[in-house]
Design a protein around this ligand. Structure first.
Ligand SMILES: [Cu+2]
Length: 160
């Protein structure tokens, strides 16, 4: 191979690289804005100081439901949801269907939320999700399951 041909090939690949860099250069600019740190989740969950109550998450021929659908607990108690069947399920509180002032501490007491007051999707029978109601105001808390909301999978926690 003569030296001119080698130089031509090298020049050609340099041009190709130069062209290839353009889109990635743009991408670099786009990602130059640092993402907001995820560790801004402030307060840790308040520990359950009373009883932990069980609610089953069921989906079968009868329908998709929380069992019991309504539960009355005391302040400081916790609620443990357990997947029984008909996955996936989750626990989501309506921000406008909980007592005034409850949203902040409730969010702090919910782990692994996907957005405010949205519990994680549970996909395995036997999986549990526990929420402490310690530090939350008394009153009525309405919640639902996202995948089965249209099927009426809703529940209520009354905190005394
Ligand atoms: Cu469900």
């Amino acid at each position: 191979m003569n030296i001119r041909l080698v130089l031509l090939i090298l020049a050609g690949s340099a041009v190709a690289c130069g062209r290839g860099e353009k889109p990635s250069g743009g991408a670099t600019t786009a990602t130059a804005v640092p993402p907001r740190p995820a560790e801004t989740t402030a307060t840790p969950p308040a520990a359950v100081t009373g009883k932990t109550w069980d609610v089953k998450m069921i989906g079968d021929a009868t329908g998709s439901r929380f069992d019991p659908p309504t539960l009355t607990i005391k302040r400081g108690d916790g609620v443990r949801w357990t997947v029984v069947s008909g996955v996936p399920h989750n626990v989501v509180f309506w921000a406008d269907s909980i007592p005034a002032g409850a949203a902040g501490p409730l969010q702090a007491n919910m782990t692994q939320t996907t957005s405010p007051l949205n519990g994680p999707i549970l996909i395995n029978p036997g999986q549990t999700y526990t929420v402490s109601f310690a530090g939350l105001p008394a009153g009525t808390y309405h919640y639902y399951c996202t995948p089965h909301l249209t099927l009426g999978m809703k529940g209520t926690i009354v905190v005394q």
